[in-house]
Design a protein around this ligand. Structure first.
Ligand code: CMP
Length: 138
């Protein structure tokens, strides 16, 4: 059954000009891009998005980074989309990511790791709703 997940091309990858290459990997892996936009978010908006990490020591660094430049939030669809996107992204730390994954190819560090992907159905629902209105998801 088809499933939707949420992803962000992060500021590091946008700055380095990797957006199109990352989107090509995503399409090559069989995902349909349901919706996508380019935008910048404030520190407060990044804090809202990452609220589950509020107690982590890296929360300040993470939200400064995510509000440091344009991002591409998007909604992706395929069978098993949530798990398959996480496989395609590779490990959070690019040094530990498998060959051929997006983070292995395009990410520099655990903080600046090129791409975000939802980790579960409930998180995907929250994250899609945080960035997209229903009318953008037809
Ligand atoms: P993401 O999948 O967007 O979800 C939470 C993010 O926190 C994660 O990717 C990393 O970019 C970031 N993160 C996790 N661990 C660290 C860390 N030790 N230092 C900085 N950022 C981190």
């Amino acid at each position: 059954m088809s499933q939707r997940t949420f992803s962000i091309i992060k500021p590091d990858a946008v700055r380095k000009g990797y957006t199109a290459a990352i989107l090509a990997e995503i399409e090559k892996a069989g995902f349909k891009i349901v919706s996508i936009k380019r935008m910048s978010i404030s520190k407060a908006q990044a804090e809202g998005f990452y609220h589950v990490h509020a107690a982590r020591p890296f929360f300040g660094e993470l939200t400064d980074f995510m509000s440091s430049g344009p991002i591409f939030p998007m909604v992706l669809e395929k069978e098993n989309a949530i798990a398959d996107l996480r496989t395609l992204m590779g490990a959070t730390d690019p040094a530990k990511a498998d060959e051929g994954t997006i983070r292995k190819q395009f990410a520099a560090s655990i903080g600046e790791n090129a791409i975000h992907g939802s980790d579960a159905e409930e998180t995907a629902a929250f994250e899609i709703g945080y960035f997209f209105a229903g009318i953008e998801l037809k």
